[in-house]
Design a protein around this ligand. Structure first.
Ligand code: CEZ
Length: 784
């Protein structure tokens, strides 16, 4: 085993169950999301079509959204195998929980298509692996036991799958000989008459099937645990399990498999675990997945599913961990968000649009469909709803019942990424419910213009990008500095789209509308070295130097650059302020100092724990905007540094501090470095984040400088000065573009394509199916 705590590549491997106890990996298909913790805990959410559980906690859980920093505890849902030596009765468990006996060797290994553990303990080598099929919401588990001792060993393996507290109305479980597995049944609690039909249709069973008939089983959680608890269950002191049936008791699924293994021999077992609606479905699942080669077929299918979300970029740079992340894990997270829609049926409109933005590099058609779906739900006044209903009877829930004023701004920003990537300007003529896409986006833009107050600043309502900023403008007067800037950015972006589409009239109107907002932001919100975050209902400007807390917000600075509002002098001042007040070793904080007490006219944001989430964490979504802003003002080194620090590692100290594997970018890392240094840098472990689309775009278009436009592919990289050379392969409009970047004694960058030097760094009229080989020569830098 490697000396290092974590090794990366197409697999990311962790060599200890205790160094980063929260570390996890995830697997998903369009119906199921599994977050698999290195100690064996698993958080699963499936869609039917609403979000639901089949492996439950011991209490009823909140299902509002996947939440950050969820504590793991002994009875947290998990998938474990107890191993009992039948000769001396000793017990351990794989992967680590619940017995917590440290194995002789441990490796938690996250692959793009599976998660597994490889352990060695007491003469036994063991692999415990989970995979998903491409579509069904079921987990496919494989257990391989190999005797690496020199004498024959007799073991019992007890796979343990949490079913948990299913329902206060009705829950039970039993081993079903006819189905050859454990089936737990429940009725999802409901009260409204109107929910009766809906609940009848739910998958209210949780099933564990084994490919090998078990020697014994238990389904009553309390009977299994007895007084010993999960750590040392009473049931494992008996030769066989009790065979109990749970009758309105919390169910569990435990099986016993006996294995007598001569030296060097191995045995394999396979299991299926997941929700089901009825017996017929259970029988079908067994046939599909536990018959000969069923898992192999599912594996091939899952690979095909992953291939549909293949990234548009492969890179080879002096930073192998960065390459591993960009090549394997980043597009995968973009794909997860773009195909899973954050595992809800009513994604927030801004999230739905931004997740689609990333998909335009993977599956542009999906981005197109998202744009059309959003426009189908546009309101008569041009506004977009707070959430998008993905199935006919989906309801807008939770945060989507709170009026936010920013949704329309994301429309042109997603659209331009799609158009740059595909040049599919025909989309603008497509008709949605009686109006063209062009007309509809224009209405959305008009809504943003109508949402200005008497000062020409954007009204915030009960929040903007920042969800919990609910009291700045709840009386209808407060404005958002960020949204004013985002509105300018959206207007200018829309103007550019219209100009490129041959609609100069529309372009001019949008461009003209941006001017007064720009002037208002400059005159009312600039405070020496920063743009303020907003002005409250009562007229208080906040996010300014005079504030004791929340003195500097990152987003207005970033977006003043993205919107091309800030002057070069202002840009310099803002960069200095951000570096002085927001920067940390793990990235820039979203605001500082974090609020330590309630600010009544800002609201819920200030009630969050200092340094967590929007209250001054290193909120990666905001950091991604800042990185892109830095690219836009020519700050390649700073921009790369922000991107780089969003990925945990590579050093062990950094990994331990973040507590997370470099297989996804989390929603945030803890901030409030000054007041909470012990927890600063700690990962939220929340894999849902708008960060990844923007990150992918910045890497492709800004860092490697491979950006589409109407005429073709423009090559304008901004590599960090420490890189002397790099390579990239970019899929673009069906062509393959291979680029070798190198530094040499040139004054300005030069680009050669297929042997010919380009006067302008633009590959025109890119032809699908063709290969382009480019050499980009960049000026030497003084960096090491
Ligand atoms: O949710 C995200 C939202 O999904 O917060 C972002 C926002 O842009 C995204 O659309 C920034 O506010 O208090 C809350 O309600 C939180 O704001 C959460 O909803 C938050 C979490 O990060 C979960 O993803």
């Amino acid at each position: 085993m490697s000396e290092r705590l974590v090794t990366t590549g197409a697999r990311c491997e962790l060599a200890s169950p205790t160094a980063m106890p929260q570390a996890s990996a995830f697997l998903w298909n369009p119906r199921l999301l599994l977050q698999v913790n290195c100690r064996g805990f698993v958080t699963a959410q499936h869609l039917q079509p609403g979000p639901a559980k089949y492996s439950h906690a011991p209490n009823l859980e909140a299902r509002s959204f996947m939440q950050p920093e969820q504590p793991l505890y002994a009875h947290h849902p998990g998938r474990f195998v107890y191993l009992r030596d039948e000769d001396d009765g000793t017990l351990f468990s794989a992967p680590y929980e619940p017995v917590r006996r440290r194995p002789d060797a441990f490796r938690f290994s996250a692959g793009v298509a599976d998660v597994r553990w490889d352990l060695e303990h007491a003469g036994l080598r063991l692999r415990w692996q989970v995979e998903l099929p491409p579509d069904d919401a079921v987990e496919l588990w494989t257990l391989v036991l190999e005797n690496i001792a020199t004498r024959t060993r007799r073991w019992s393996a007890f796979p343990y799958f949490t079913i948990g507290y299913m329902s206060w109305m009705n829950q039970s479980a039993a081993f079903r000989p006819d189905l050859d597995g454990i089936v737990a049944r429940s009725v999802t609690p409901y009260q409204k008459l109107a929910d009766y039909e809906r609940v009848l249709a739910l998958k209210d069973r949780t099933v564990l099937l084994s490919d090998t008939p078990p020697a014994s089983w238990e389904t009553v959680a309390a009977a299994f645990e007895g007084e010993g608890g999960l750590h040392d269950p009473d049931a494992l002191r008996e030769p066989t399990l009790g065979g109990g049936a749970a009758a309105y008791e919390s169910p569990v699924a435990v099986l016993q498999h006996r294995v007598d293994l001569p030296p060097g021999e191995r045995r394999r077992f396979r299991f299926l675990f997941g929700p089901a609606r009825d017996d017929a479905e259970i029988t079908a699942l067994r046939r599909r997945y536990l018959a000969r080669d069923g898992i192999e077929a599912a594996r091939a299918g899952y690979r095909t599913f992953l291939d549909t979300g293949r990234g548009a970029l492969r890179v080879d740079t002096p930073d192998p961990e960065f390459d591993a992340f960009v090549n394997h894990w980043l597009p995968r997270q973009v794909h997860c968000h773009g195909s899973g829609h954050r595992f809800t049926t009513d994604p927030q409109t801004r999230n739905f649009l931004q997740d689609a933005l990333g998909m335009c590099y993977l599956r542009p058609q999906d981005c197109r469909n998202t744009l059309l779906t959003v426009l189908e739900q546009q309101e008569p006044d041009g506004a977009l709803p707070d959430g998008i209903r993905l199935v006919p009877d989906a309801e807008l829930q939770y945060i989507n019942r709170v009026p936010h004023s920013d949704h329309c701004a994301w429309l042109p920003l997603t659209l331009v990424a799609y158009l740059d990537e595909t040049d599919d300007y025909a989309l603008l003529e497509e008709r949605v419910d009686g109006a063209s896409v062009l007309e509809r986006v224009d209405r959305a833009v008009a809504f943003l213009i109508a949402n200005l107050d008497h000062r020409d600043l954007s009204l915030i309502a009960q929040g903007d990008w920042c969800d919990p900023m609910n009291r700045v403008g709840h009386r209808g007067q407060g404005v958002s500095g960020w949204l004013s800037l985002a509105t300018v950015h959206a207007l200018r972006t829309w103007a550019a789209i219209c100009a490129a589409a041959g609609r100069p009239g529309h372009a001019e109107r949008a461009r003209a509308a941006a001017a007064p907002i720009t002037a208002a932001v400059q005159s009312r919100l600039w405070d020496g070295d920063r743009f303020a975050r907003g002005i409250t209902d009562a007229g208080r400007t906040f996010g300014v130097r005079a504030d004791a807390e929340g003195r500097l917000f990152l987003n207005p600075q970033s977006w003043s650059i993205l919107a091309d509002v800030a002057t070069p002098v202002q840009v310099r001042a803002m960069i200095e302020a951000v570096e002085a007040e927001l920067e940390t070793p793990w990235g820039p904080q979203m605001l500082a100092p974090a609020y330590t007490q309630l600010v009544d006219d800002i609201g819920r944001l200030t009630q969050k724990f200092p340094g967590s989430a929007e209250n001054g964490s290193i909120y990666n979504h905001a950091a991604a905007f800042w990185a892109e802003a830095l690219f836009r003002c020519g700050e390649a080194d700073r921009a790369f540094s922000v991107l780089r620090r969003m990925i945990p590692g590579p050093g062990d100290d950094d990994l331990r501090r973040r507590g997370q594997l470099p297989v996804f970018i989390p929603n945030y890392y803890r901030g409030a470095v000054g007041s909470h240094p012990r927890t600063a840098g700690r990962s939220s472990q929340l894999l849902h984040t708008g960060t990844v689309s923007w990150y992918y775009r910045s890497v492709i278009e800004s860092l490697f400088g491979l950006r589409g436009e109407r005429a073709g592919l423009r090559i304008r990289p901004a590599l960090p000065s420490a890189w002397r050379e790099a390579r990239a392969e970019r899929r673009f409009r069906g062509a393959t573009v291979r680029v070798a970047y190198r530094r040499d004694a040139v004054e300005t960058p030069t680009v050669e394509v297929n042997g010919a030097r380009l006067a302008e760094p633009l590959i025109r009229d890119v032809e699908a199916g063709r290969d382009y080989d480019a050499i980009v020569t960049l000026p030497e830098t003084s960096a090491p």
